[in-house]
Design a protein around this ligand. Sequence first.
Ligand code: BG6
Length: 486
Amino acid sequence: MCKTFPKDFLWGGATAANQCEGAWNEDGKGESTADHMTAGSLTAPRITTRGINPNYYYPSHTAIDLYHHYKEDIALFGEMGFKSYRMSIGWSRIFPNGDDAAANRKGLDFYRSLFEECRKYGIEPVVTLSHYELPYHLAREYGGWVNRKLIDFFAKYCEVVFKEFKGLVKYWLTFNEINVLTMPFGVAMAGGVMGDEEEVAFSIGDLSKIKDEPQMRYQALHHQFVASARAVLLAHEIDPENKVGCMIAGMAAYPYTCNPDDILAAQKRMAEGNYLCGDVQVRGEYPAFSRRLFKKLGVELQFTEGDKALLKQGHVDFYSFSYYASGCVSTDAEVLKAGGNMMMGAKNPYLEASEWGWTIDAKGLRYYLNEIYGRYGVPLMVVENGLGANDTVEPDGAIHDPYRIAYLKEHVIQMAEAIEDGVELLGYTMWGCIDLISASTGEMKKRYGFIYVDKDNDGEGTLARSRKDSFHWYKKVIASNGADLD
Ligand code: BG6
């Protein structure tokens, strides 16, 4: 395989603040919504608690303690030859309550130092402004993103970080996987709508128990669209060098059969799952099909004057997305269900699944890249992709992860194919480049990293970092710009 990626292709890795930083209440950081989520597993739910219950374990509180290890971790990224590092800023590290008058200097200093460290190794930061968390106070006192006031709080936070990190950061992503708000479970996770109960259980293995409130989640989504557009305009105004992307959970949906009903259902899934958000954020307007969808769901969006123009002006510069798995859409109720990355679908008989039931489909990445580029014609970036697996540490300390290398290799090959197809691809940041807390289950043992972190599901371990076989493999991939995949 000797296909060539663009010369300045942004090879790298990705993490999110609440899944790796720890130091949840240090140096003035406020509580975030993620700090209220306990650990679970594929079968046991994560529980969101109103207070912090001393009998529970909350993995974000310590995570892999990147807050105190970032120099060591970035040095390892540098050793692999990373050209980019996608990470997120914990909003509550900058504005502890979200509605504070002034920003927390220590929070800004931490990220400044982290970005400077990246620059030392020639690593370009790609910064997510909101990755599945918001200051807890905004969730509790304002009701989360259902409340329009959050747009102003978010804009203020963005303005502060754009000014502070001008010249250090050029690539920004607004909301991580914004399209999860098109699904019932998204309202809590991405919308910060917590409800009044003392405890709420959330299980990726059983999404059927989640109460759906379409009006709430689409209104929250609309507010995030407007907030994202405001962020784009601010970013461009503060530094014309800034490039801002949307971030969408890539849901490649295949029809299960050639039954026209399945074809139409899959087309609908692609549209409602991906294009609704893509159209608003890239084209600056709601797609025609949204009218029928909202009517069916009884959703009446509260638009204010100015929203329409703002969405149009604040369209993003590029489209970034996560891609883990594809799903099949069937109109036959009997067809077996298989879990995907936060989406359900029928089991694809041609594909294998990961230990956590996520269908492995590298060609789906090529399919998705072509679909999206064909629709929007803007540069794309794959900002998450990877395999969550249970790794074993050998007696000599080695970690052999051929399954991860095989997964990544196939996805890199399909990215190269898509580039050959004509897709403009800016970069690839593999998810969880260093082991971190799983977002869906709160586990530590669902590992994605090139770098192993000695910590278990109960929070025990030395936090020592070590290189897996895939570390050395990825180093070669980057050094050869995607030519050497063996
Ligand atoms: C994406 C999220 O959905 O998938 C990440 O943006 C998440 O935050 C990743 O960690 C992998 O999912 P999980 O549940 O295996 O951590």
